[in-house]
Design a protein around this ligand. Structure first.
Ligand SMILES: C[S@@+](CC[C@H](N)C(=O)[O-])C[C@H]1O[C@@H](n2cnc3c(N)ncnc32)[C@H](O)[C@@H]1O
Length: 298
């Protein structure tokens, strides 16, 4: 036995810690035998996930990814795969674009995104397609970030095509603008139901297509994050969005069962048609759908 295993035997894998076997696979005993301590190895698991997803990325998606320069701004957790740096945000973004492109012709498109975060989707679309204008509606606080980020990563002539509209000036700033594609990723599910209704009717009134990528429901599994943001945060999250059923988000059948409700909840108007919907890999409880306005509106 070397020094390493002498230490492990004395401190980690031993009769006393093994106990009655009830929980040993979630304890230091097994973290020394088969996998890494889940509490302290978030980055390791994240990189493992990215690496595995990168290995399955299609040629078209590698091309989409390579066209996006400046992805390293902000120092994302990334892996290198076939010489290319890949992080989870853009890996998801190119796959979102792949799904959208299957159903919408984006050349010359006018795009509206509600809740853009730091702007990865805008960056991805502007770098890959001939987008004629990209409008972001967001809270002024978050928009301070997307404005700063997109100014850095987009060439001047592309950045000039991005319009930033704060939530308190939507109607006045939008004027009579209409959009070929409206996008909402991971944010309507965090808004009040009245706000969700407002945005869906805005989309129904001004859009031709709507892409949504959001959770199908809520969860209450403390083992996932030890409720690290506190119980108040849990209560706020459980209440938000159009889909508040608590489900086992790591049960594929439970997630799939919610998908019908997802498509119904995000349809901008009864007259809109759902063109495609499917699981939005990799997070288990995210679904994506693409809706199209009735022919008269197109
Ligand atoms: C979890 S982030 C997702 C960001 C981005 N879509 C992404 O996936 O990278 C949620 C976004 O919704 C925005 N948001 C929250 N409440 C909003 C509201 N009432 N109107 C518009 N955007 C809102 C946040 O500022 C943020 O940009």
């Amino acid at each position: 036995m070397n020094e390493l295993w002498k230490y492990i035997g004395e401190n980690e894998v031993n009769e006393e810690n093994i106990g009655d076997l009830a929980e040993f696979k979630r304890s230091q005993v097994n973290y020394r035998l088969t996998y890494f301590d889940v509490r302290t190895n978030g980055v390791r698991y994240l990189k493992t996930l990215i690496y595995n997803l990168a290995g399955r990325l299609s040629e078209e998606n590698w091309d989409r990814l390579r066209r996006i320069s400046g992805r390293e701004l902000g120092r994302p957790f990334a892996v290198t795969y076939d010489g290319e740096s890949v992080d989870l945000d853009y890996l998801r973004a190119v796959r979102d674009l792949e799904f959208i492109e299957r159903n919408v012709d984006l050349d010359g498109a006018r795009v509206l995104e509600i809740g853009a975060g730091y702007g990865r989707t805008c960056h991805t679309l502007m770098s890959n397609k001939d987008i004629s204008g990209y409008t972001v509606i967001d809270l002024p606080t978050t928009m301070a970030l997307s404005r700063k980020y997109l100014r850095e990563v987009l060439p001047d002539e592309q950045f000039k095509k991005v319009t930033f509209i704060s939530v308190d000036e939507i109607e006045t700033s939008l004027g009579d603008a209409v959009f070929d594609l409206c996008i909402n990723i991971d944010s309507l599910a965090e808004m009040d139901v009245e706000t969700v209704r407002y945005y869906l009717s805005l989309i129904a009134g001004r859009g031709r297509h709507f892409y949504t990528n959001n959770p199908v429901g809520k969860y209450m599994d403390k083992s996932l994050d030890d409720h690290a943001r506190g119980e108040d945060a849990i209560a706020r999250a459980l209440d938000a969005g159009p889909l508040t059923d608590v489900i086992d988000v790591h049960d594929n059948r439970a997630v799939r069962e919610q998908a019908r409700g997802f498509v119904a909840a995000y349809r901008p108007h009864d007259s809109w048609h759902c063109v495609a919907d499917e699981w939005a890999e990799p997070f288990t409880w995210y679904w994506q759908a693409l809706f199209r306005a009735p022919a008269a509106r197109r």
